[in-house]
Design a protein around this ligand. Sequence first.
Ligand code: NAD
Length: 384
Amino acid sequence: MNTTLYTRRSFLDTSIRLGVSSATVYAFSALSSCTSKQKQEEKSEEKVATNQAERKLGIALVGLGKYASEQLAPALQETQQCYLAGIVTGTPDKADKWKKKYNIPEKNVYNYQTFDQIKDNPDIDIVYVVLPNALHKEYVVRAAQAGKHVICEKPMAITVDECDAMIDACRKTGKLLSIGYRLHFDPYNLEMMKLGKEKTFGKIKLVIAEDGMKDVDGWRLDKTLAGGGALVDVGIYCVQGVCYTTGLEPVAVTAKEGPKKDKKKFASIEESLTWEMEMPDGTVAHCKSSYSEELNKLRAEAENGWFQLEPAYEYKGLKGETSSGKMDFPKVNQQARQMDDFALAVKGNRPSPVPGEMGRRDVKILQAIYESMHTGKKVELKWT
Ligand code: NAD
C-alpha cells in the first residue's frame, strides 16, 4: 500500500469536513423570488447570514487552570472561527493577568457568583467549561440556561443522570453541546477511525488501548471532585479509542483494579485499572489506565495486518504506523481545530461530531467498568 497517498487523502477529507459546514449557512439563499421587495429582503437576510458566517464567535473559558491556560487560550490565538472573548474565574489575580495578556475587556470577566449574568452579554456565544469533573454539570446547565452554546471538558460528568440533565438543558434552550474530545480533530486518530471503518486490514480482532501518567495531584486525587481515578481522567481516552477505531460500542466489560503502591495518595480513587471490552462483532479490547506509569498506546490487530499510534493521545508528537508503513501527517493544533469545528457547527446549525450524547455514552461505559471492578463480575451494557 502507498502510505503517503492514503495519509494525504484522509487529511484532506478531514479538512473538508472542517470547512464544508460553513457552506450550509449560505444554502438557504438559493431560492429565488420575483418581486424586488422579496429580493431586497433576501439580500438583507443573506447579508445577516454572511456576517454571521464571517463573524468570529466569542468563547468564554470557565476555570483558568492548567488546560485552559496552557492549551485552550493559546489555541484560541490560532482559531479562524472563534476567539477568546471572556473568562470566568474565582481568582481576581488571574482575571487581571488574563485581561492584560489577551486584551479581554472588564465587561467580559465573570466570577462564579456573577456567571449567570453572561446571558446579557452578546460578545459571548459559547461557554467552555474547563472545571474539575464534578462541577461540569452545574456550569453546563447554567450556561445553557444563560442561552449560550456549550463545550464541556471530558469526562462529561460523574454520572449518566448528570449527563441527561446537561443534554436536557441544552435541548430545552436550543443550544449545541459538545465534549472536548480533541482527538477527533487529530489526523492520526482520524486515520485510526478510517482504517477501522474501511477495514483496510480486514476485520479487527483485538484492540490494545493504554493511557497513563505519573505525578498527579490536586482535585484529581479526590473522588468527590474527580468522580474516579486514572480511568475517568486518562482511561477515558482508551474507551474513546476502542469505540472510534472499531466504530462500535461495547456490549460487556470486565475490570480489575491494580495494586495500590501509594495507599495514602490513592485512598479514595484507583491508582490503576485493567479492563476488557467486548464489542458486538466479537472484537475484544484490552485496556489499561494508570496514575503511576507512563502509557500512551492505541493498537488494532486485524485479519490482514495491524495499525497503531504510540504516542496516541498527546497534544502533539503523535506517531502512527501500520503493517504497511509509517503514517505521516502535518502538524495541527488539535484544540484550535476542535473549537473551530464547534463554531462552524453553531454557525451552520449542524450537530457536533463529538456531541453530549457521546460524552454520555462514555460515562455509561466508565460506570460499567467501575461496577465490574467493585463486583468482580462481567457487566453487560445495553444500547437502545
Ligand atoms: P486544573 O486543576 O489545572 O484547573 C481547574 C480549574 O478549576 C482551576 O483554575 C481551579 O481554580 C478551578 N476551580 C474552580 N472550582 C474549583 C474547585 N472547587 N476545586 C478545584 N478547582 C476549582 O485542572 P485542568 O487540568 O485544567 O482540568 C480541568 C478540566 O479539563 C478537567 O475536566 C479535565 O479532565 C479536563 N482536561 C482535559 C484535557 C484534554 O486534553 N481534553 C486535558 C487536561 C484537562
